[in-house]
Design a binder for this molecule. Structure first.
Ligand SMILES: *Cc1c(COP(=O)(O)O)cnc(C)c1O
Length: 365
């Protein structure tokens, strides 16, 4: 094994840095996945996962990347036309999945970096009949944070279900499944939960599952009705990625020890510090850097930062990498004009400080 580096150098907005203790947890031996030992493990995981989603419902654990649980959302949504709120690359992916699953889809686009305003959404929903709306909580490509509580309430006023992708949100940004009366929320292991990639999680309301029962063409692997039935007896329909389950168990213990509210506050603090640094470094260097998401809709977990036009993102992130810090390049059409800091998972103000110092050093040079 290679010597482990000190924690706090890897700021990719997914996969995020995983602590050694969590990686080590994966070395435990295999157990039969049909049997009491696995069921006990699954139950312990439920005890840690439910508080994360703030729900009493079972949390589905899929041995797939998060895109799988996006597809599950679409396959199990009530039949009818779907309105997809698009404000970046991942919300665009949700729309793409919906059309590739054979759904009639309307896109509601706003500029990348922006979020969807509720009055305009009301108007869109009044114009045409839909069965569901898709929305991304924290748009990892732009660092914009949608108010999913308000979007969901708006969808409910028009009789639709709201399908929420909180892949880089959950665990870092406030979300309350039961209290906000949400229908379906999905997340992945490798973003704000700081686990290795390979697991995704979903929660569905009872009424969502009841309605899904009547939906045709749900397929097998991403059928939430089946995942729900198995989860209620502490099982998974097919062979679970056991080693990742061990990592999850270790990480859920750490999350519980920190406390979810404290975790949300830590992420807010890191986003605020990044914003403060942006203003200061722009002042000091005369180079104009800005967060592409407006104040008030900035994600606590990821910042997408626009660079001056004469500084290409790939060159900037390569120079920062020489100083030992890994950042994300821009995503999709923002690839060369922005870079991204994934200040999420187990990062702290202290590790973020190292990251910002490396960025400052490149900008001053
Ligand atoms: C990373 C990400 C996804 C896709 O997750 P995969 O695990 O790569 O399938 C979807 N939505 C958002 C918002 C993401 O950040």
């Amino acid at each position: 094994m290679s010597a482990t580096k000190t924690f706090g150098t890897f700021f990719l907005p997914g996969p995020t840095e995983v602590r050694e203790e969590i990686l080590t947890a994966m070395l435990q031996p295999m157990i039969p996945h049909r049997g009491p030992e696995f069921e006990a493990l699954f139950e312990r995981l439920q005890e840690g996962l439910r508080p994360l989603f703030k729900t009493e419902r079972p949390v589905y654990i899929s041995s797939s990347s998060a895109t799988g649980m996006m597809e599950a959302a679409i396959r199990c949504a009530p039949s009818g036309r779907i309105l997809c709120l698009v404000n970046g690359a991942f919300s665009e992916r949700f729309a793409h999945i919906a059309s590739m699953c054979g759904r009639d889809v309307d896109r509601y686009d706003v500029a990348w970096g922006q979020v969807h305003a509720i009055p305009q959404l009301e108007e869109r929903l009044a114009m045409r009949k839909y069965s569901a709306v898709t929305v991304v909580h924290s748009e990892t490509s732009t660092g914009a944070l949608n108010d999913v509580h308000a979007v969901s309430d708006c969808a409910h006023r028009h009789g639709l279900v709201c399908l929420i992708d909180s892949v880089s949100g959950l665990g870092g940004a406030e979300l309350r499944f039961d209290e906000w009366n949400l229908d379906y929320v999905l997340t992945g292991s490798q973003k704000a939960l700081a686990l290795p990639p390979g697991l995704s999680f979903g929660v569905a309301s009872t009424s969502f599952i009841d309605r899904a029962n009547a939906t045709q063409g749900r397929g097998v692997y991403f059928d939430l009705v089946e995942l729900d039935a198995y989860a209620r007896r502490n099982q998974t329909p097919s062979t679970p990625a056991l080693s990742l389950f061990y990592a999850l168990e270790a990480q859920l213990k750490s999350i519980a020890a920190e406390g979810l509210e404290a975790r949300w506050a830590r992420h807010k603090g890191m986003a605020a510090r990044t914003q403060e640094w942006l203003i200061k470094i722009s002042d000091e260097t005369g180079k104009k850097l800005n967060n592409i998401a407006p104040l008030g809709s900035q994600s606590p977990t990821v910042s997408a930062i626009r660079l001056p036009t004469d500084l290409q993102a790939e060159r900037f992130t390569a120079a920062v990498a020489k100083r030992g810090i890994v950042l994300g390049n821009g995503y999709g059409k923002l690839k060369s004009s922005t870079f991204r800091i994934g200040h999420m998972g187990d990062h702290t103000l202290e590790s973020l400080e190292r990251c910002l110092a490396a960025c400052s050093s490149v900008l001053h040079s």
